[in-house]
Design a protein around this ligand. Structure first.
Ligand SMILES: [Zn+2]
Length: 166
């Protein structure tokens, strides 16, 4: 098992860590403090008080909400996207690329999917505009609920007491 410094974990989060080290980090068994360091690095980048417990994406985290200790999804700007058992995407702005003209903005003509078979849904924060996710479903498919973490099992696995309201 390898161990890494908080500075290396910060560089990993920032995308500035050398590829050889990144490859070694993801290939080897995780050091016991990795989760703690990872959460500290993410928390230090944020201005809100809610305690981050899990990253859902580069700018979206699960955090224990300051005040009532409920676990919600938060954008980096602090926008609350709702309880973690719900689908955060339903509280996002959604831009649907469902025409050839809209696909032309991201792909050369004839390189994009046929929008009668596949569309792109781009989810962004209504407060800061950060794009949080993109999905590529068939046009009629529902808004996907990507993940419902089993927080009880997760915290048992990392060996840290679970938040009160999981
Ligand atoms: Zn935001």
């Amino acid at each position: 098992m390898s161990t890494y410094t908080k500075q290396e974990v910060k560089q990993l989060v920032d995308g500035t860590l050398a590829w050889d080290t990144v490859h070694q980090m993801i290939s080897m068994p995780k050091d016991a403090d990795r989760y703690k360091l990872y959460m500290e690095v993410i928390q230090e980048k944020l201005s809100y008080k809610h305690k981050v417990i899990m990253a859902l994406g580069p700018h979206l985290n699960l955090a224990i909400r300051d005040g009532d200790e409920e676990i919600h999804a938060f954008c980096d700007c602090g926008k609350d996207f709702g309880h973690y058992k719900g689908n955060w995407k339903l509280n996002a702005n959604i831009y649907v690329r469902d025409t050839a003209e809209k696909m032309d903005q991201v792909y050369p003509r004839l390189m994009a999917p046929d929008t009668t078979w596949q569309v792109y849904r781009e989810y962004s924060c209504p407060d800061c505009g950060t794009m949080l996710d993109i999905e590529a479903p068939t046009p009629w498919y529902m808004c996907m609920h990507d993940v419902q973490p089993d927080l009880k099992t997760f915290f048992e696995w990392v060996g840290i007491p679970a938040p009160k309201k999981i």
